[in-house]
Design a protein around this ligand. Structure first.
Ligand code: TSX
Ligand code: MN
Length: 593
């Protein structure tokens, strides 16, 4: 069956970008292999040792194209106030004119690929379809791992509406001109969203979230706008299943700013005997109310696009096992036996490798072997602990939502919100100390409400209001309980108070107990913490003074915390919901009582 919107999208893109060829992707293995072969020939990809890492490749980008670029990311709503204080805004007509001039002839000498894809299991009522048009074969093979892509999507598209995304690396080829391994535009980069029209236009970058438009652009920025309109939620959250020793299972969603180990939590190996954690997703969560009034979540993605440095058999064995084949690596080191390496993979670095810039590297080199934002792209199905319901079109029922951040002081290991509205306030208050991996100074506190700061497609104040509204759409007993965790609190000598990683299962077990009414908790001015003895610490030798410090709530520091929040919330002006103001006032009153 034809689709008029699709035919017009392809025709318009062709006329504007003037590619040499048009290729409609069918998503087949043959197509994937042909594109990989073509990219090996062009120097974009290096094939890894098939004995060590079958059907896997390495890509190296240029120095200038290594990460998402928030400064070049725009929400072009009709009115600036609807993009809000946390987004870059530009007048949509002005931006459209700019984009039309940039995209004019931008695909000359290249193939224009049309990628029909589904975010979420095909046929799920929570899923949505997108079509990305791109001149990058790297994007095509990445999208094949990260989404359900190709003919099967066209077959269900019919006359349904889809989210169009037009992407060009912005490097047209003159007749006879030889291509470079990583084409991109040297200066002009634009990642543009038109929320009212539900369109994405991305120019100049070939990297990650700038170019794989299904992920941050669609599944978060555009989807957050659709979710608000339609009464559902598009969140920057992992989804995990947790089973207790009695075989009872619950699902938890969790949002963290970058560099907090979200993928590690999603694939956790519990140290608590008899407990099991399984992964539904590690980055994005779409939730809709089910017929029973509970929130059901799907992972709209089909793969993991994770930060490689720091990923090891110690920090995340399940991620490493996921990468054993059929994986794409970007900006990692290449070992002499044609395998991959990055900082933190092994305690002993190889004595020689080729670094992410293609230069010889030894442990004595001053540069890093892998770029700090080097990535792996791997099929979720290959994860050894992938949840059996990860592709269930109905989604999984969410019992708890966790927020968290990296805080060396003030914030306890875990607390629970008093109710939904207080939980929304807690989510809005999410903040994290910057690490070397993020841009800016180290250790500076950055507010990142709901970990959505760079991903909300509309005014963040209205997004808080949407969360509050969701809480009124069902009965309180059906809503997930809301938590805030901090794995990163430090003692007086700068030592970690909590071992983290698999030991975090003890915190998850308390959440499990609370959501089953099996733990009574203990009220504090900021929320509910585990009552004496409720956090299972058996077999871990946590010094009692660490436990005390992990849960200490210093009223003076928390008054400063509330003051900082009050100041931060000012940026939202009259779009800050009254209920959020009331929650802040409530916190201040409890701290002063
Ligand atoms: O991912 C992390 N998690 C969550 C795991 C499920 N990391 C890595 C953060 C960077 C992405 C952590 N780092 C966690 C954590 O819970 N905790 C810490 C801090 C920490 C680091 C090392 C030790 C203890 C705490 N201990 C030793 O190195 C022995
Ligand atoms: Mn993310």
């Amino acid at each position: 069956m034809g689709n008029a919107q699709l035919d017009k999208f392809i025709q318009d893109a062709k006329e504007l970008c003037q590619p040499s060829r048009v290729h409609i992707c069918d998503g087949s293995q043959e197509e994937y292999e042909a594109l990989c072969k073509q990219m090996v020939a062009s120097g974009t990809l290096t094939e890894l040792n098939p004995k060590k890492r079958p059907n896997s490749f390495l890509a190296r980008s240029t120095k200038e194209d290594v990460a998402r670029i928030e400064g070049c990311t725009y929400i072009c709503s009709e009115k600036q106030i609807d993009a809000g204080p946390t987004n870059n805004w530009c007048d949509p007509a002005e931006m459209r004119a700019k984009l039309l001039s940039l995209f004019k002839g931008s695909m000359r000498g290249r193939t224009m690929y049309v990628i029909p894809y589904s975010m979420g299991p095909l046929g799920s009522k929570i899923a949505h379809i997108g079509v990305e048009i791109t001149d990058s074969p790297y994007v095509v093979v990445s999208m094949r791992i990260m989404t359900r892509m190709g003919k099967e999507v066209l077959d269900v598209l019919n006359n349904e509406r889809f989210v169009p995304g037009l992407h060009s690396v912005g490097a047209p080829l003159q007749p006879g001109e030889k291509d470079v391994p990583w084409p991109c535009h040297p200066k002009e980069k634009y990642i543009v969203h038109f929320p009212e029209k539900r369109e994405i236009w991305s120019f100049g970058s070939g990297y990650g979230g700038n170019a794989l438009l299904g992920k941050k652009c669609f599944a978060l920025r555009i989807a957050s706008v659709m979710a608000r309109e339609q009464g559902w939620m598009a969140e920057h959250m992992l989804i995990l299943g947790i089973t207790n020793p009695q075989g009872e299972k619950k699902y938890i969603a969790a949002a963290f700013p970058s560099a907090c180990g979200k993928t590690n939590l999603a694939m956790l190996t519990p140290t608590l005997p008899g407990w099991k954690v399984e992964t539904v997703g590690d980055d994005i969560c779409w939730m809709k109310f089910g017929p029973d009034g509970r929130l059901y979540a799907i992972n709209p993605e089909a793969g993991f696009f994770g930060v490689a440095p720091g990923t090891s058999m110690q920090s995340n064995p399940n991620a490493l096992l996921t990468l054993k084949e059929n994986s794409l690596f970007t900006n990692v080191g290449l070992t002499d036996d044609k395998d991959v390496w990055w900082e933190g993979l092994t305690s002993q670095p190889p004595s020689h490798l080729i670094d992410w810039l293609g230069q010889d590297w030894t442990p004595n080199s001053n540069e890093k072997a892998a770029h700090p934002n080097a990535r792996f792209t791997a099929p979720a199905a290959q994860c050894p602990v992938i949840d059996r319901a990860w592709q269930d079109p109905r989604g999984v029922p969410i019992s708890a939502i966790i927020f968290g951040g990296r805080r060396s002081s003030v914030v306890p290991l875990i607390y629970e919100s008093f109710d939904w509205n207080h939980g929304v306030f807690v989510g809005a208050s999410t903040s994290s100390e910057t690490t070397a991996a993020a841009s800016g100074e180290m250790g500076k506190l950055r507010h990142d409400p709901f970990a959505m700061l760079p991903f909300c497609g509309y005014n963040m104040g209205d997004y808080f209001a949407h969360w509050l509204k969701i809480g009124g759409m069902t009965t309180p007993d059906k809503l997930p309980k809301i938590y805030y965790v901090n794995w990163f609190r430090k003692g007086k000598n700068g030592e970690w108070l909590w071992p983290g990683f698999g030991e975090n299962s003890r915190v998850l077990a308390w959440i499990f107990a609370r959501t089953s009414n099996r733990a009574k908790g203990q009220k504090t001015p900021i929320g509910i913490i585990p009552a004496e003895g409720e956090l299972n610490l058996e077999g871990m030798n946590l010094p009692p003074e660490n436990l005390k410090e992990l849960f200490s709530i210093d009223l003076k520091s928390w008054r400063e915390e509330a003051e900082g929040l009050r100041k931060y919330f000012e940026i939202f002006g009259d779009r800050l919901p009254e209920k959020i103001k009331a929650e802040l006032k409530g916190l201040e009153e409890r701290l002063n009582a």
